[in-house]
Design a protein around this ligand. Structure first.
Ligand code: SAH
Length: 358
């Protein structure tokens, strides 16, 4: 996947892409980023990107013309013109309920073993109307009622579609254009997952009092906020979106599954007791916050690592971790409990924690 960032401070991003997971992901070509200097799209001596607000008031506003030119240089037309073109096929969702909705016969769902690959014959994707020209194999699939959940769609499979299938030729994926804004929809892990499955995402960084609203109206698919506070520019917000999204692109994290098993992870598909009697919900985060982590030494600052983690009993460890998730979520983010996938055992545990803390 590729991010295009439009900013008046391109140098802001240098250090962000030179460290850690993002640096490795970029070096390995799993993801790519283009940073575009908005001032390169001005034509006056002072390279002016801002102007005074109509109607008066404090501060300056980013002018629409340089932004429109910057977007045009990335091949992005106003939305109205785009909609006349071929239907977009960019919103393949890695979770049920999104645009990824293959038609397969019910009996082939029933026949799937947990580790078996799902094979989709050439098919029409509903919603995003993606015509699949060839057979596609997808990694383990979970079945939630009538919804298919594909945990990870492999990078190479999408790549193969783009080069060989009709995916890019007949239904070119169009970029998702996002305006960073304190007035936007709140950015969440679920959105990061959606973006990670999108081929190209354009981020427009505002400055001063913001961006001329017509840029939003004409070009943007979404206004995105990273939280209920006002930053001095969209660059920090863009960096947050890029970081949270890129680590979810298949192959970027060392362990493919780890994105699912941390705070705000995907909900467990099945709340049922596994063979070992441990509710399945304890294997994943299920929409809860993560459990606490410990490493060596076993004793530090007078505090010992919880005994359960040292004894090697994995069923007990899973239970302990699930309890910690419930405790932490109840303490710090009780709002998440409403949407979390909780087993009967979880609910009992939660009740006793509630009674314990009064
Ligand atoms: N007048 C605006 C704030 C402008 S701050 C208001 O009251 O809403 C300047 C720029 O910083 C914005 O255009 C936006 O791009 C960015 N920004 C500020 N807060 C943000 C937030 N919480 N999330 C995302 N971007 C933000």
């Amino acid at each position: 996947m590729r991010f295009e960032i439009v900013t008046i401070f391109p140098e802001f991003f240098t250090s962000i892409f030179e460290n850690g997971i993002l640096r490795r992901a970029l070096a390995e070509g799993l993801v790519s980023v283009g940073v575009h200097d908005l001032r390169a799209f001005t034509h006056d001596r002072h390279r002016t990107v801002d102007d005074r607000p109509f109607g008066g008031g404090e501060g300056m506003v980013l002018k629409p013309e340089p932004l429109a030119e910057a977007l045009a240089s990335l091949g992005i037309q106003p939305k109205a013109a785009r909609q006349k073109g071929p239907q977009a096929a960019d919103s393949i969702s890695s979770e049920g309920g999104g645009g990824f909705n293959p038609r397969i016969k019910p009996q082939s769902i029933g026949a799937l073993a947990p580790e078996e690959k799902l094979v989709i014959e050439p098919v029409l994707y509903q919603g995003t109307t993606l015509q699949l020209a060839e057979k596609l194999e997808i990694e383990p699939v979970l079945c939630q009622g009538t919804t298919l959940v594909v945990p990870q769609m492999q990078q190479q499979e999408r790549g193969a579609l783009a080069t060989e299938g009709s995916y890019s030729e007949k239904s070119p994926s169009r970029p998702h254009v996002i305006l960073l804004s304190a007035q936007g929809r709140p950015f969440t892990q679920a959105m990061a997952r959606e973006l990670a499955a999108t081929e190209r995402v354009v981020l427009i960084c505002g400055r001063y009092e913001g961006v001329d609203e017509r840029v939003n109206e004409l070009y943007c698919d979404m206004e995105l906020s990273i939280g209920d506070y006002v930053l001095s520019g969209g660059e920090l917000a863009a960096a947050v979106v890029v970081d949270a999204t890129m680590r979810l692109v298949p192959g970027v994290l060392g362990n493919e599954a780890s994105g699912d098993f941390e705070s705000f992870g995907v909900a467990d598909a099945e709340i049922a007791a596994a063979d070992d009697g441990v509710p399945r919900s304890q294997h994943g985060a299920g929409g809860l916050l993560d459990y606490p982590h410990y490493t060596r030494p076993a004793e530090f600052g007078g505090l010992r690592v919880p005994e359960t983690l040292l004894n090697g009993d994995h069923a007990q460890i899973r239970r302990w971790r699930r309890e910690q998730q419930l405790r932490k979520t109840l303490a710090n983010r009780p709002d998440l409990l409403e949407g979390a996938a909780l087993s009967k055992e979880d609910r009992k545990l939660l009740e006793s924690i509630r009674q314990e803390i009064g």
